[in-house]
Design a protein around this ligand. Structure first.
Ligand SMILES: O=P(O)(O)OC[C@H]1O[C@H](O)[C@H](O)[C@@H](O)[C@@H]1O
Length: 298
């Protein structure tokens, strides 16, 4: 049984191993769980709301049409990270038996009305098509954004991926030295000098225009635990809320949970993508297993 559809979620199960599966909540089309042979790959807060009252804290929330808050015309009144993560998507069906693949869609008809109306006064016609593919050792999430309007409009996209780690104290992220970084906590732009990113306090950085040829790796005690490939997603947000920020988030539990996660968020957020009428834009993230450490210079 490669796919199980419920009222509120869809589960893809690997034909190779019943304990390799991915669960997608229709609310936000949020991946809330992904296991490989029973081992959880993503972090999900034990206090995450899965009932549509709040975006999911954990898994892979989808960020569209704005990352964070923006003062730009047409975006200023939108909630943080837009409305895709607070809208209930439509399950279109299974598009491939093996590897199990499913598609989900969002258009103005299904979008959260209160929030959608805040994007250019709710005048932008669009379609989002999300494809989720489960392979024995990887998960691919692909987004196609289409302009079905008679005028152009612009957007940000980002996969807000919460990766599971064993202990953030032992975790490094590689292949970012030399990249331009906007530190959201310092409100400063600088060149990353550290040979690898380590974590010893709150960290919230946007690495801009990182070549998609660069693989990003999450490494714990010298072992690669996640490889992140990006296609058409030039920016990478790295986030860990640490103690104080976690304490301030009601849906972040347990409060020590920041030890168990790191957000590596591939996106296009350094500027807006402009789509002309009839145009589409496609991008994807692939999270995969693989032991070899790959170091790539700038
Ligand atoms: O609390 P949320 O709206 O889900 O945002 C969670 C986080 O998302 C991104 O990682 C941003 O860079 C952070 O500044 C923000 O705190």
């Amino acid at each position: 049984m490669p796919i199980e559809a419920y009222n509120d979620k869809v589960v893809l199960v690997s034909p190779e191993n019943p304990d390799t599966k991915v669960s997608v909540l229709l609310y936000g089309a949020t991946v809330t769980s992904w296991t490989i042979e029973g081992k959880q790959q993503l972090w999900l807060s034990s206090a995450a709301k899965l009932d549509g009252t709040k975006p999911v804290r954990g898994g892979i929330p989808l960020v569209f049409p704005v990352f964070g808050k923006s003062k730009a015309d047409g975006f200023a009144d939108l909630p943080q990270h837009g409305f895709a993560r607070n809208s209930t998507w439509e399950f279109l069906g299974q598009t491939k038996e093996n590897p199990p693949t499913a598609q989900f869609a969002l258009s103005p008809e299904q979008a959260n009305k209160d929030f959608y109306s805040k994007w250019d006064n709710g005048t932008n016609d669009f379609t989002l098509l999300l494809t989720i593919q489960l392979s024995p050792d990887s998960l691919t999430t692909t987004i196609e954004v289409s302009n079905t309007d008679s005028k152009s409009w612009k957007f940000n996209w980002l996969f807000h991926t919460y990766l599971a780690v064993n202990d953030i104290d032992d975790t490094l992220v590689n292949n970012l030295p030399g990249e331009t970084c906007y530190d959201q906590l310092l409100a400063e732009t600088y060149e990353e000098k550290a040979p690898a990113i380590d974590f010893n306090g709150e960290l919230d950085r946007i690495y801009k225009n990182v070549s998609c040829d660069k693989l990003l790796q999450v490494i714990e005690l010298g072992k690669v635990v996640h490889n992140i490939e990006r296609h058409n997603l030039p920016d990478v947000v790295v986030w860990n809320p640490w103690t104080e920020k976690s304490a301030g988030m009601a849906d972040f539990e347990p409060k020590t949970g920041f030890h168990k996660m790191v957000c590596i968020e591939p996106g296009h957020v350094h500027d807006f993508v402009t789509l002309e009428p009839g145009e589409s834009w496609t991008a994807s993230q692939v999270i995969k297993k693989g032991d070899a450490i790959k170091l790539q210079a700038i």
